[in-house]
Design a protein around this ligand. Structure first.
Ligand SMILES: [Zn+2]
Length: 433
């Protein structure tokens, strides 16, 4: 019985014990950020950071006031933007309710300390030096997170649901997004929950939360209120994000179930093209990618995919042309800059190295990531002390302080004391231990 209860609680509320990492992807972050911006604004958190956790659990949580963690397992299952908003509104309800006040500082420190940032696309495919897929890192954090998540009581969950409901209304979105989410949770847990005596656990059953939300939705001023609805473009962008995640992270069989060959939508073609690339069917991936580009010549992320694919084929010139086009269509795409830089470093034509350094620096300025430092180190080359500094930053971000300090020391021994990289290396030595 205990095991069953724990299984239920783990849905939506707790961080799983197995390893996870944070996915850094320009398309996913910008689309999700745009979708939930009205909710974070209604909660007076205008600059929320969205972090996508690579973990198949149906889960999300807010931490430290501005950080919102959303699991890929939730994103791939929550089908509408409004249901996603409801999830985020609920989590912000915990923040506003002060439910995590005691735990959050410690949790956040621990979480950030053990966070691994992973890139999709080229970041996932880098063999050999594979910089980002450290994994295994969140284990420590999860233990703490789990304790805290589980400590939400029945009352706290109800308060968070009610506050989330109000946030949705204040943002102008229909709080019936909650119904979608709870129905989904019910599908996953109904059989187990039916066997539980609700009084035996200090946690609300999904059916109870569903009933509460239905009652609130039935009140006069909500029933008669006019809410915003998502336009076709918004729904489409969210579908593409979900397809991308499934294509990059899911098993072959789940990809085939969710996006069968008979499905000719852009989302399905996107998921299958990515999966084909992942599983080595480059020609299949190329056909899909070209179809997507023919249908949507202004979508920067399809050119990003084309660049990744051409790189895999070994067609460096075509890869660079594709990344250049992606950047024209959407400036400020740090992950595209890094992938672009990587191909330049491999091609090494005149001017490629200096351009690669420029792109990495721009990416880091916008959103630092381990892979950006890793590519930067390769661009500088092993004869250059600045490469040691870049590797020190890379290991700092990978939460490997010993390695980071080792490289920082080496950088200092090889660089001029007034150079920026010397000073930054010195900072690493002063701030890590
Ligand atoms: Zn909750």
């Amino acid at each position: 019985m205990r095991r069953i209860i724990v299984a239920i609680l783990s849905l939506f509320f707790c961080v799983s014990a197995h390893a996870a990492s944070i996915i850094s992807d320009t398309e996913i972050e910008s689309v999700i950020g745009e979708l939930i911006a009205p909710i974070t604004a209604a909660a007076n958190i205008p600059h929320a950071n969205i972090r996508i956790v690579d973990d198949d659990n149906f889960n999300a949580f807010a931490m430290g006031g501005t950080d919102i963690y959303i699991y890929t397992g939730l994103l791939t299952r929550v089908r509408t933007p409004n249901a996603l908003r409801a999830v985020v509104a609920h989590e912000l309800g915990h923040t506003i309710g002060g439910h995590m006040a005691q735990m959050s500082a410690r949790m956040e420190t621990e979480m950030k300390r053990t966070m691994i940032i992973q890139a999709l696309g080229v970041g996932l495919m880098l063999a050999g030096g594979n910089p980002s897929l450290g994994a295994g890192a969140l284990v420590g954090a999860s233990g703490i997170a789990r304790q805290s998540m589980l400590s939400f009581s029945r009352d706290e969950e109800r308060v968070a649901d009610n506050m989330g409901f109000d946030l949705m209304v204040r943002a102008g979105y229909n709080p019936n997004g909650f119904i979608d989410v709870f129905n989904q949770m019910n599908d996953m847990t109904a059989v187990i929950e039916s066997k539980i005596n609700p009084n035996a656990i200090n946690h609300p059953l999904t059916s109870e939360r569903l009933k509460n939300m239905r009652e609130k939705l039935a009140t006069g001023d909500i029933k008669n209120k006019k809410f915003k609805s998502d336009d076709a473009g918004t729904v489409r962008r969210y579908d593409m994000v979900r397809a991308k995640l499934v294509g990059y992270l899911d098993t072959d069989s789940r990809i085939k179930t969710l996006y069968p060959n008979s499905d000719k939508s852009d989302a399905a073609i996107y998921a299958r093209a990515i999966a084909n690339m992942r599983f080595g069917n480059l020609n299949g991936a190329a056909v899909g990618t070209r179809t997507l580009i023919a249908r949507n010549p202004k979508n920067p992320y399809f050119y990003e995919l084309l660049g990744d694919l051409e790189y895999r084929f070994g067609h460096y010139d075509d890869a660079i042309a594709a990344y250049t086009r992606a950047t024209e269509l959407r400036p400020n795409s740090p992950m595209v800059d890094v992938a672009h830089a990587l191909v330049l470093v491999e091609r090494r034509a005149d001017g490629d190295i200096s351009r690669a350094i420029e792109l990495c620096k721009r990416a880091i300025l916008h959103d630092e990531s381990p892979i950006a430092y890793w590519v930067l180190a390769r661009a500088y080359g092993s004869d250059d002390g600045r490469a040691d500094w870049a590797m020190a930053e890379y290991y700092r971000m990978q939460n490997k302080p010993d390695k980071s300090r080792e490289y920082a020391r080496r950088a200092k021994s090889r660089l001029k004391p007034d150079s920026p990289e010397y000073i930054k290396s010195d900072d690493i030595l002063k701030t890590t231990k």
